[in-house]
Every structure is written in C-alpha cells, then in structure tokens.
Write a protein that binds this ligand. Structure first.
Ligand code: BES
Ligand code: MN
Ligand code: ZN
Length: 495
C-alpha cells in the first residue's frame, strides 16, 4: 500500500475514486461543492431529490460522471457539521473503504479533511486514514482451503490537505500511521495463529526473523536451562506441564546512546492457557490461544519502533510458554521461588500470567530501565470491570500512568487508570510462602496488579491488563492489534 498527501482540489485531480462528504440537512462539504461544479451538480441534485440526506453512515457510489477527472465518487453522509470530529471521521472513512473495496478502484483520494476537524489536525487525520485503510485490508492468515477472499485492488491512497503548511504534518502522520499498522498486523498475524502453530519456539523464530530486517534491533532467546540458571522458578513452574519447550525472548533496540536508560516492555506470551491443573471450563477455551497477545504486542511495537528508527532505547522481554495440565504440571499448593528470591504459593495454576511476568520484570532490572511497562491478558476480572473498550492501566507512578493514558487517548486505543494499594496486596497473604498467587474474586484485576507490584521496588512501572481489548470474540473473532497504537504513541512522544 502506498500513501500520499495532495494539495490539489477535488475538481482538478485524477483518481479512480474521490471521497467527499455531505453533512446533514444536505449541506455539501467544501470539497463536494468544488467537485460538484465539474460534474454538473449531480451531488446537489441527489440532495434535492432526497436521495442523500447526509446522515452518518450513508454512502453513495457515483460513476461515469461526464466531464469529471475522476472515475468514481463516493459521497458520504457525515452527520451534523459541528459534531463531525475524529471519531466520526474514522467511522466515515471506514464506510467509504467498505464501499470502495467492492469496486475495482486501484487508487483513491479522501477529501474529508478539507473542512476543519476540531480534534484532528492534518497529522492526526493522516494517521487515522492509514489505520482505516489497514483495517479494511487486513486478512487473517487463515488455514481455509477454499473461499479465499480476493486480494484488495486498492494499492494507493491519497489524503487531501488544505494547505502546503499541512502537508509536512500529514506526511509525518502517514509515516507514523504506517509504522503503527505494520506493527499491529505483525501482532495480529501472530495472535491469530492457532496454538498448535504459534508455540513458544515459533515466537522465538519470529523474533529472530524480525531482527534480521533491522540493523538496530537484536534478539536473544534464553532456553529453559538458561532460565533455570537465572533462578526463574516462577516462570518455569508454569511450563512444567507442557511438552513444548518454553522460550524467554529478549529484544534490544538501541536508537540512542547505550548509556541512555531504556524503556522495557514486558509481554505475557502464554501461547495456550488451559488453566493447568486448575483447568478452565470448556466454553470459549479456544480464545486462550490469544493469551500471548501481550507478548505479541511487544513484537509489533518493536517492529514499529525499528521501522521509525526512534531515537530512544527500547528493550522487549517476552516470556513464552504453554500452561498445560499433566503428571508433571504444577499443582495447587505448590511453592515456587521467583527470580527475585520471593517465594510464591501457587493456589490456582490458572493465575499463571503473573507467575511468568514477575520473573520477566525481575530480569528487566539488568537493563537499568527508565520505565518498565508490562502488557498482559491477565484477568477475566478486568473484562468485567471495563468491558472490551478500555484496557486496565495500573502503575506505581501517577505521572507515568498519566502519560500512558494520554497516549491511549491520542491513539484511540484507550486505557483507564485503576488503583493499586496495600489494602489489596494484603489479600495475597499465605500461611506457607511469602504470598499466594491469587486473592479471591473481589477486585481481581487489582489484586493481580498488586501481585506484580511486589516485584517492582525501585522501578517506575506500569501494567496494562489487555484481557478485554487485545482480541474480539464472536463473529469477528480475532486479534485487534491493541495496545500497539498506545505503546507506539507513547514512545514517539516520549521526552
Ligand atoms: N488468561 C487468563 C485471563 C483471561 C481471562 C484473559 C479471560 C482473557 C479472557 C488468566 O491467565 C487467568 O486465567 N486469570 C484468572 C485469574 C484467577 C484464577 C485469579 C481469571 O481471570 O479467571
Ligand atoms: Mn490463566
Ligand atoms: Zn492466562
């Protein structure tokens, strides 16, 4: 896919498809008006006839227009002019692209941003446009033997901006958008694979292949013996029941002086979570192939960072394993020793994410990080609390939490700042070890975060629980690519 920015007007530019809008009550956008002058007032006529009211979601395809420099025109209903903001812009683009994908158009230009959009400057418009195009073109790497969906014919997408001054900003937005969507697609491809394909070894190979593409990106993979030597008893206790070897994957990206403290991203990659001996019920258990989404989001973010050659240092730490029941599996009541030295009573083997993350957080200390951010499909409780719209954001540093929340807001990949605190941490007490790995049903997302917090002394740390946001269930089952947009936005804007 090729993206470009244009300052030419709709009436003067050749394209397979021009995308223009009409607000409600039949008010033509500036671009629609401009184009309409060249095509004999067809759009105004449609409005007059009542065929086009400008309601949000309306979309009409006009073709064979006499005198027009364009092969086709998509006229979109944009709703109320003053309510047309970034959210509506995103939606309008999505419906234009859905309609466009049914045509043979190979290139298209959107003129939707020529009227000012209150909360989307040229930079943001461009980023949103790239995301919309990528969303419409993404295909799951499925294993279907027939009914392959045809390849999209669209290969070039343009964005019209009002002034030359906006052009540079829009081009920057396109570049950022392209890196974000390539990171998202990388994450989605990994997460959408079934667990018999996407094993810890598969992830290790994917990481090594990724590093081959970028000079500043390096990867190291520790095997189980090496993890054992480092004292990762907690991580290794989760993989006990599995026949698949675990892999501890470490990305190192140096875009700045080595002396500059890095951001460490830690991602949970349980390639399948059966619950272990605390076996999950069968309903929707297939979705636990997505339990490596946190790790996959680190892969996607590392790719985007390397693509943009950001002038910062970023480390990615991805503990990868399966959580399986077997004669060798960890049992409820077993006590394990974490890399930090603290002992943990495993009261529920289904609370395995925190057991692999705690050792990965401890490992990350060797990089003397400026911040550590972990990403994990950690708790069903977080989905109950926030649904599928917002990720749960926890931190021992309010400033860091605010920065991450702002990044999520800008990227339309939102998170909500949740509390942590000693009151919750106390629920983890154990008669047999330093603490237990579970603390009852109440506040489950918070007590999970408080478990992790026990390993973050002296670190600036944040945790994103993405159990509700990393993938969709139901008819559109699949990985969403979140929280790659939030993370990349945070890293782009990092001071
Ligand atoms: N991977 C799950 C969390 C999860 C649940 C993600 C639903 C996405 C959808 C995690 O390993 C888990 O099983 N957590 C338990 C924790 C409990 C035993 C304290 C949970 O949420 O039930
Ligand atoms: Mn689990
Ligand atoms: Zn899990």
């Amino acid at each position: 896919m090729e993206f470009f920015v244009s300052t030419a007007s709709a009436s003067r530019q050749r394209t397979d498809c021009a995308i223009v809008g009409v607000y409600d009550k039949g008010v033509l956008s500036a671009a629609a008006e401009d184009l309409d002058a060249r095509i004999g007032g067809r759009i105004a006529k449609l409005v007059k006839r009542g065929d086009l009211r400008g309601k949000t979601g309306d979309a009409l395809l006009l073709a064979d227009l006499p005198g027009a420099p364009v092969e086709r025109v998509i006229v979109l209903g944009l709703g109320n002019r003053s309510a047309f903001k970034r959210k509506q812009y995103r939606k309008a683009l999505a419906s234009a692209l859905a309609l466009l994908s049914k045509t043979g158009a190979r290139d298209a230009i959107s003129y939707l941003g020529l009227d000012e959009i209150a909360d989307a400057d040229a930079y943001t418009q461009a980023r949103v446009a790239v995301e919309a195009v990528a969303a419409s073109q993404y295909r799951i790497p499925d294993h279907k033997t027939s009914n392959k969906r045809p390849k999209p014919s669209l290969t070039k997408f343009g964005l019209a901006v009002a002034s030359r001054g906006d052009k540079g900003q829009a081009e920057r937005g396109l570049a950022h958008g392209e890196a974000i969507v390539s990171g998202m697609a990388f994450m989605r491809d990994l997460a959408n694979q079934p667990a018999n394909v996407c094993t810890p070894s598969y992830l290790a190979r994917a990481a090594k292949n990724l590093a081959k593409d970028y000079k500043k990106l390096n990867v190291r993979v520790l095997n189980e013996a090496e993890c054992k030597r480092l004292g990762m008893g907690s991580f290794l206790s989760v993989t006990n029941g599995s026949e698949e070897p675990a892999a501890f994957i470490v990305f190192e990206y140096y875009g700045a002086e080595r002396s500059q403290a890095p951001v460490v991203l830690v991602g949970k990659a349980v390639t399948f979570d059966t619950g272990g001996i605390s076996l999950k019920p069968p309903a929707a258990m297939d979705e636990m192939k997505f339990d490596m989404s946190g790790g996959a989001s680190v892969f996607g973010t590392m790719k985007a960072v390397a693509e943009l050659e950001l002038p910062i240092n970023v480390i990615g730490v991805v503990p990868a394993c399966e959580n399986m029941p077997s004669g060798r599996a960890t049992k409820p009541g077993d006590i394990v020793k974490s890399m930090s030295g603290q002992t943990i009573e495993v009261l529920n083997t289904d609370a395995e994410g925190r057991l692999i993350l705690c050792d990965a957080i401890t490992y990350s200390r060797r990089f003397k990080p400026e911040v550590v951010i972990d990403l994990a499909t950690l708790t069903g409780a977080c989905v109950i609390a926030l649904g599928n719209h917002l990720s749960g954001l926890f931190s021992n540093d309010d400033e860091l939490a605010a920065e991450l929340k702002a990044a999520g807001d800008r990227a339309d990949d939102r998170a909500w700042h949740m509390p942590i605190g000693e009151e919750y941490g106390e629920q983890l007490k154990s008669n047999f070890a330093d603490f237990a790995n579970v603390a009852g049903r109440e506040g489950g997302a918070i007590t999970a975060a408080c478990f992790l917090a026990k390993f973050t002394d002296g670190l600036r740390w944040a945790h994103l629980d993405i159990a509700g946001t990393a993938y969709q269930a139901g008819a559109n089952k699949g990985s969403t690519g979140r929280p790659v947009p939030l993370l990349v936005d945070y890293l782009i804007n990092k001071k």
